[in-house]
Design a binder for this molecule. Structure first.
Ligand SMILES: [Zn+2]
Length: 321
């Protein structure tokens, strides 16, 4: 129901193995995708995955900090060079739009497509389109920050195979015809109506992607009914205590405890401090999360993809590179 590809998973600055924050979200596993945050050089990361700027439906920005936004002008300039015409939705703080407009003006960039700005700090609380609802939820950070909840809905036709078998119709081409909505005539002349043997089934799933935040519990409402939480886990609890409350980030322990309490079955941690940029560093973070959280846990890696299936579980895919 959702495919996620991490384009950058580092906090503050890039490392040799991790770029600054950005995440691609494909609701309903569609070709169209959404981006959450756009750190510097995010468009370079796109060269390594099967996602194109043409199929980018919109960009959600959690907050104004550069490690989440500095990739925007370059990405938009490339979309302009690619002669994009399709409107691009930008769900972001007002300041991001003002900054982009100034950049466009001072660098003589005219976008050949509409940039449809939805302010997260205006009155609007959601963005809706066919099969997708995006809502935003206020978090706690040094600057105003939000988390995004993506709720997707997909309907498909399901064949009543039990009823077909009861009528003596075994699996075969007839099943495909009925599934496609076409009536089928049996050898004995009986006409099977597609409308009697297929039912519309609506599948729903929701994920929550946090921005920078030192109070994961602020996402309690957003996480209700969600199958997956993606949240920053910048430090271990010990380092978080050592650096003090200034940076307003979450420790892995805080997020793991919240996810357990909220009953979210899948948790992906991201936005790691560069100090953990080693296998041992990752192990340390994972061990801390495991102490509090018994669900499916992943520590995001750049260019890795994860799929949330209709069974409610997240499956990790191989990196595209
Ligand atoms: Zn920040």
């Amino acid at each position: 129901m959702f495919k996620l590809t991490f384009l950058g998973t580092s906090a503050g600055m890039p490392t040799k193995y991790r770029n600054v924050t950005s995440l691609a979200v494909q609701p309903g596993l569609s070709r169209d995708w959404w981006m959450v945050d756009c750190g510097e050089a995010t468009q370079h990361r796109l060269q390594h995955v099967p996602l194109t700027v043409h199929e980018l439906a919109g960009i959600c920005i959690t907050h104004v900090h550069g490690d989440h936004t500095y990739g925007l002008p370059g990405l938009l300039a490339s979309a302009a060079m690619g002669a994009r015409k399709r409107p691009l939705v930008l769900i972001a703080p007002r300041a991001v739009r003002l900054w982009l407009d100034a950049t466009f003006e001072h660098t003589a960039l005219a976008l050949p497509f509409p940039l449809v700005h939805v302010e997260v700090d205006g009155g609007q609380q959601s963005y809706e389109e066919a099969g997708l609802s995006i809502t935003w939820h206020r978090l706690s950070h040094r600057v105003p920050s939000v988390g995004f909840r993506f709720a997707a809905e997909k309907s498909r036709w399901k064949l009543d195979t039990e009823a077909l078998r009861a009528r003596g119709v075994t699996p075969g081409p007839g099943w495909g015809e009925l599934q496609a909505g076409r009536n089928v005539q049996l050898d004995d002349g009986t006409l099977l109506l597609a409308s009697q043997f297929r039912k519309a089934q609506v599948e729903r799933a929701a994920i929550v992607v946090g921005g920078d935040n030192d109070a994961p519990q602020l996402l309690a409402d957003a996480c209700k009914g969600a199958q997956l939480l993606v949240h920053e886990g910048t430090y271990t609890e010990a380092i978080s205590q050592k650096v003090g409350p200034g940076p307003t980030h979450s420790s892995v322990q805080q997020v793991a405890q919240f996810a357990a309490q909220a009953g979210v079955p899948n948790l992906i941690l991201t936005h790691f401090s560069p100090r953990y940029d080693s296998a041992d560093g990752m192990k340390e973070l994972e061990a801390e999360a495991r102490q509090s959280y018994a669900g499916q846990l992943f520590l995001a890696r750049d260019l890795a993809s994860y799929e949330l299936h209709t069974d409610g579980l997240v499956h990790k895919l191989e990196a595209a590179r």
